[in-house]
Design a protein around this ligand. Structure first.
Ligand code: ADP
Length: 650
């Protein structure tokens, strides 16, 4: 067995690889960019090497830096994870040249499968069914249009170098062909530096069914059954499961054999995935699936295969890379139960699924029965704009599909994310969708039903509960120590024993809102909030001195408008000037002793990529600057203190 491995990746996959490597007794070496100094994968590894600035093009994608880190630490092997350098044949070659084992297939196998056109030609030769279409050299628009006509509409234009659904266009009518071709080529050129495309028959009611394969690099290969990844949004996987609903033993055998033939055709070594598109207009059939592409790496969704086979695929990768044979023969690999994975992302489903970045103020990912969580972040971590905004993979396993779905659904009920927006509510709606429950749906389901799967809001009642929690005035620092409060149990926010407030103007995610109030025992009670709170659909939780209202996978930040003033008073009188919101201090413009005039800039705080200047409320002398450049500040935290007015004349 190898004695050490450097993981050329970050986030959940780096953490997941470290776990298995450590169990097998390997020394583990992490690499990190400036943005990942505090990251979980860095803390988990035995050693860590800094490889450059935050942008991945200057760190995780720079082969020479990774190799230099491997040499300095004496790493015997490099595991590339997925993404980054995992399918870079030149990098695989450079590792070999440096005498370091690349954990993956040979550079030749990566190249053979790297371009969709060449791979399809190769597969045809190996007797693997491929989607009917044109994948030759000619690229002139007239010729391609004729091919599209011959194939028959609807067709799919795909970038030869494609990945992640980029450079892909469905065309239903000949009249739309030229425009779609031009835009696919433009996208392919900008994403991959290669404008070439191929044309495929668009399979109606397509299901995405892929086969996990494993080769020893010496001509032997096995498969570890299928994964169904038909729950997609814009050709990107959202849920993945194994086995595929409605899969018969006969179809499984046919697909498995085709995938093994594909792997053997390139003398495949290590873990790989052969992706097929299947006709989902009826039950899956042995003659109703076609090769799309082979991914020459460990996939994001590999845990579902691990849960239904009991195989640790990273262990297999490390063993095969060490020169051992395949750990199990085909007939020894068994399928048990059902597993489903959901990808939890920091993104905003109500705003076009745009990535959402920032500090994870709250993150609760409990691991219940039959639940596996693969994550690379903890509460307090930043979701960086530089990388994929995945927060975690939540994977459920059960004896049956119903049990696995039920466990996943229940899991979402105890999972909370606050800070960046997340797709948690969307995922929860999706696993409860009747068509998902029924199984066997096609890849268009999510986009067709997007309206039903998004929207929704945190209810007034939960927001009011959060306001009551704020009003009750628990000291944030106490709560931070315990993390979570149940506003309806021991803290009993509804007794409203905290300081009096003049009114209940609040902000919800920064938007001003008036909350109807009544008064009870001389204290304000949010309208409709009385009694034990049993009818409140969500919960409220502190983070720093903010309170979040959480309900159904959604989270909004609630603040009292007059809270600023109260905090400031507590922190040293009216002379202290507070931060207007939670953010990062990107500039401090004054120093102690400076004379300032009303309106002068004191400091600049950045939040949500917007800059806010903090200005002097009056003329005076700066007594103290209470924050440093680069510091994170909470809303209301004192930033600068001016001398008390009385002192000034002295
Ligand atoms: P990429 O490499 O860009 O991810 P793929 O070739 O893997 O592209 O296809 C991505 C997704 O697009 C598939 O999972 C499937 O949903 C859809 N798709 C691909 N080819 C076809 C086809 N011929 N007909 C219908 N849908 C397709």
């Amino acid at each position: 067995m190898l004695d050490s491995v450097l993981i050329a990746n970050r986030g959940e996959i780096a953490c997941r690889i470290i776990k298995t490597a450590r169990r097998l007794g390997l020394r583990t070496i992490a690499v990190y960019s400036d943005a990942d100094r505090q990251a979980l994968h860095v803390r988990m590894a035995d050693e860590a090497v800094h490889i450059g600035p935050a942008p991945s093009a200057e760190s995780y994608l720079v082969g020479e830096r990774i190799l230099a880190a491997a040499k300095v630490t004496g790493a015997a092997a490099i595991h590339p994870g997925y993404g980054f350098l995992s399918e870079n044949a030149d990098f695989a070659e450079a590792c070999a040249k440096a005498g370091i084992v690349f954990i993956g297939p040979s550079a030749n196998a990566i190249r053979a499968m790297g371009l969709k056109d060449g791979a399809k030609t190769l597969m045809e030769g190996a007797g693997v069914p491929v989607v009917p279409g044109y994948h030759g050299e000619k690229q002139d628009p007239e010729f391609l249009k004729r091919k599209a006509y011959e194939i028959g509409y609807p067709v799919l234009i795909k970038a030869v170098a494609g990945g992640g659904g980029k450079g892909m266009r469905r065309v239903d009518k000949a009249i739309d062909f030229e425009a779609a071709l031009a835009s696919a080529r433009r996208e392919a050129q900008s994403a991959f530096g290669d404008p070439r495309v191929l044309i495929e028959k668009f399979i109606l009611n397509p299901r995405h069914v892929e086969i996990q394969v494993f080769g020893d690099g010496k001509g032997e290969a096995v498969h570890l059954f299928e994964r169904d990844c038909s729950a997609q949004r814009r050709h990107q996987k959202v849920l993945e499961e194994a086995p595929a609903p409605g899969m018969s033993a006969e179809t499984r055998a046919a697909m498995g054999a085709a995938a093994v033939a594909a792997a053997k055709a390139v003398n495949y070594g290590g873990a790989g995935t052969v992706e097929f598109i299947a006709d989902g207009s009826g039950p899956l059939r042995p003659d109703g699936f076609w090769f799309m592409e082979m991914n020459t790496r460990l996939q994001v969704e590999h845990p579902v295969t691990e849960l239904v086979t009991g195989v640790d695929l990273v262990e297999w990768q490390l063993r095969v890379a060490s020169g051992e044979g395949l750990p199990l023969a085909q007939e020894e690999i068994r399928l048990a139960g059902h597993a489903i994975e959901a990808r939890l992302y920091a993104e905003d489903p109500d705003n076009g699924f745009l990535p959402s970045t920032g500090r994870l103020e709250l993150l609760m990912l409990p691991e219940g029965e039959g639940i596996r969580i693969d994550t690379g972040v903890e509460a307090g971590a930043e979701v960086s704009p530089h990388y994929d905004p995945m927060i975690a993979k939540v994977i459920a396993h059960g004896a049956t599909r119903e049990e696995a779905l039920e466990r996943l659904s229940r899991q979402f009920g105890v999972t909370w994310v606050a800070g960046p927006k997340s797709n948690l509510a969307f995922l929860a709606a999706l696993v409860d969708h009747p068509e998902v429950r029924a199984g066997g749906f096609d890849t268009g389901l999510v986009d067709r039903d997007l309206d039903g799967l998004t929207g929704g809001a945190v209810s007034e009642a939960t927001i009011a509960a959060a306001v009551a929690t704020l009003v009750a005035g628990h000291t944030p620092h106490e709560e931070a120590a315990t993390g979570w409060i149940d506003p309806f149990a021991e803290n009993d926010a509804f007794q409203l024993s905290g300081p009096r407030v003049s009114g209940l103007k609040v902000t919800v995610d920064g938007q001003m809102r008036d909350l109807p109030v009544r008064w009870r025992d001389g204290q304000p009670v949010p309208d409709g909030q009385e009694g034990d709170g049993a009818d409140i659909p969500g919960i409220a939780a502190w983070s720093g001195d903010a309170v979040w209202a959480l309900e159904g996978g959604r989270a909004v930040k609630v603040a009292l408008v007059d809270q600023l003033a109260r905090t400031v008073e507590a922190e040293g009188g009216k002379a202290a000037i507070p931060a207007p919101m939670h953010g990062k201090v990107i500039a401090v413009s004054v120093a102690a002793g400076d004379a300032v005039e009303r309106g002068d800039r004191l400091a600049v705080v950045e939040a949500m990529k917007m800059e806010h200047a903090i200005t002097a409320p009056r003329d005076g002398i700066v007594e103290a600057v209470l924050v440093a450049e680069g510091a994170q500040v909470d809303q209301g935290a004192p930033v600068v203190r001016l001398r008390e007015e009385a002192e000034e004349g002295a």
